[in-house]
Design a protein around this ligand. Structure first.
Ligand code: KGT
Length: 283
């Protein structure tokens, strides 16, 4: 059994501010005895507009945020999974990526968000992520970590079980969904979707989340969570109210990842869908 930590913060447009918030989360994770730390989508910054999202972007080698976290990972021997932005070749948009920094401070994996959040909900969020973000085109093969084999996904990807199922079939034991969920969709969908992804893939789901008011325009739902392969929530953080009450203090939650328990769940209920399902529609 190995302890995983999920971190929650409210990123602003200031990379140095966000780095210091994440450094607090590293301290807390180390103090709790966690062997890996999972941070939200867009931990490096959340900007008030698509134009600013593009103008703030730095390559990982030029990013004070990423370099700072690489230093923390090395210094504390703590792998860190963190959502950031990276430049595109044409410079017109950014890439919404999730990197794995190993315990030597090296970036060993990188996933670029496949599904972008383009929505127009009456009385709810209207967001067009593809204005500022270029979608990825590759699934990252699940890879070995201290916790087990990790499969990388980001936020809105959570709504596509075809993707999580594919990643599970490629050998994942832990699925990540670092997020910056909106409050209206979070209230109704967040917990249910995460539990469903855990139950149907019989995997751990670790979803770090942004929380609170980023810039007067965007508010994130919070409720960072770890779900076990049976679908039980083994750790859940607070939402916007708790964030306000604590004056914006960044928080962590921890949960044990127990691969033997996961194997037991997979053994006791074999989930093998029929391969011919798509052909079974009545003629
Ligand atoms: O790149 C950034 O600056 C931060 N990125 C985000 O906040 C992204 C794209 S706008 N948010 C989501 O995907 C929310 C999904 C969601 O809320 C849902 O599926 O209901």
């Amino acid at each position: 059994m190995t302890l995983a930590a999920v971190g929650q913060l409210c990123s602003t447009a200031s990379m140095t501010h966000n780095l210091s918030q994440c450094q607090i989360l590293v301290r807390k994770a180390v103090a709790a005895g966690a062997k890996a730390l999972f941070l939200p989508e867009a931990s490096d910054y959340v900007a008030p507009s698509p134009t600013e999202t593009v103008s703030l972007v730095r390559s990982t080698t030029d990013s004070v945020f990423v370099r700072g976290l690489q230093h923390e990972a090395l210094h504390n021997k703590l792998p860190i999974n963190v959502g950031i932005h990276e430049p595109t070749t044409d410079g017109k948009r950014v890439r919404n990526t999730l990197i794995w920094i190993d315990e030597e401070g090296k970036i060993t994996k990188r996933y670029q968000k496949l599904h972008l959040f383009d929505v127009e909900i009456e009385g709810g969020p209207v967001l067009r992520e593809s204005k500022s973000v270029e979608p990825g085109n590759e699934i990252v093969r699940p890879f070995e970590t201290v916790l087990g084999r990790v499969g990388l996904m980001i936020c809105f990807d959570l709504r596509f079980p075809t993707l999580s199922t594919r990643i599970r079939d490629l050998g994942a034991q832990i699925l990540t969904y670092p997020s910056a969920f909106t409050v209206p969709t979070g209230k109704v969908h967040w917990e249910t979707l995460l539990k469903a992804r855990a139950i149907e893939t019989q995997s751990y789901v670790i979803a770090a989340a942004q929380v609170g008011n980023h810039n007067g325009k965007r508010v994130s739902y919070g409720h960072g969570i770890i779900v076990d392969p049976w679908g039980k929530i083994i750790c859940e953080l607070g939402g916007v109210e708790e964030w306000k009450a604590s004056q914006g203090e960044p928080v962590i939650g921890v949960g044990e990842v127990d691969l033997e328990e996961m194997e037991k769940v997979r053994r006791e209920m074999l989930l093998a869908p029929r391969k011919d399902v798509v052909d079974l529609v009545e003629k």
